[in-house]
Design a binder for this molecule. Structure first.
Ligand SMILES: Nc1ncnc2c1ncn2[C@@H]1O[C@H](COP(=O)(O)OP(=O)(O)O)[C@@H](O)[C@H]1O
Ligand SMILES: [Mg+2]
Length: 259
């Protein structure tokens, strides 16, 4: 059965896109039929796959059915990995959903579910604000990954975000926090990661992503790191992270955001 994983944080620059791109690649590499939806109008994930951030007819077109969503999906340069590109019109998703009048969740489900059902794994690179559309996608997801830089302030933001999502939005999608851009030369990063690993907190991914200049190179090469540096440590980390995601779905105690 399809598993949908969204990557979201209200902070920008925390590694949402980088993680989505590399996880989707690891999933396809493992032989799973994989879709990446670049939901962020900035189109960074589409850029990494050398795909135009353009959807024919815009979000309005796919929502009202003048353009079938399945026809907007592009193949990538990699087997088993498809991309539903970003589009500038995604900035107005909430307005478009509002105009139809029905609940955003119902509309998003009707629009996305048949497409998502074609895949084993779907990864959604969310924009950094909790719009109605993003909230709907998180509700439709089987797992929410929150990439976070391990600092006190970032963790405070995550705590606020979790509270908002669970208490105010009443969303109980299971979640995992992923420490990203971890700089082992920084005392706070090291201590924060060690603290949570020691606690064996189920809410934190065991794998974390160090800050590495080769990960930044993805922007120059425009490809997932494992595709151009398969033996690189980062490639192994994303592979491990993907296996951790798969494991999550086998874990009955998967922590819900409401706990
Ligand atoms: N582990 C990492 N090491 C080095 N640079 C990184 C790493 N993860 C992300 N970056 C860089 O940080 C910037 C922001 O990352 P990105 O994934 O685009 O964040 P977001 O999608 O949350 O805004 C990008 O320039 C990216 O190349
Ligand atoms: Mg991004």
């Amino acid at each position: 059965m399809t598993k949908v994983i969204s990557l979201f944080n209200i902070k920008g620059g925390v590694g949402k896109t980088t993680t989505t791109v590399n996880l989707a690649y690891a999933s396809a590499k493992a032989g799973f039929k994989t879709l990446l939806w670049d939901m962020d109008p900035q189109g960074a994930a589409s850029f990494y796959f050398r795909i135009n951030n353009k959807v024919k007819g815009g979000f309005d077109g796919i929502l009202n059915g003048t353009h079938a969503i399945a026809d907007q999906v592009k193949g990538s340069d990699f087997p088993d990995l498809d991309i539903l590109p970003a589009d500038m019109s995604y900035r107005h998703m909430d307005r478009e959903l509002d105009e139809v009048g029905k609940s955003p969740l119902k509309q998003m489900k009707k629009l996305l579910q048949p497409l998502f059902d074609e895949y084993d794994y779907v990864f959604v690179d969310c924009p950094p604000h909790l719009s109605e559309a993003v909230a709907a996608v998180i509700i439709l997801s089987d797992l929410l990954i929150i990439p976070t830089i391990p600092t006190v302030l970032s963790m405070r933001t995550v705590k606020q975000l979790r509270k908002f999502i669970s208490k105010e939005q009443k969303i109980n999608t299971p979640f995992r926090i992923l420490f990203s851009q971890v700089d082992s030369r920084r005392k706070m990063h090291k201590e924060m990661v060690a603290y949570f690993l020691e606690k064996k907190s189920k809410a934190i991914c065991v794998n974390n992503v160090p800050v590495m200049s080769d990960i930044e190179k993805m922007g120059l090469v425009r490809a997932p790191i494992a595709s151009f540096a398969p033996t690189h440590r980062a490639a192994k980390i994303y592979e491990g992270l993907f296996l951790e995601v798969v494991d999550c779905f086998l874990d009955k105690k998967l922590k819900s955001i409401a706990n």
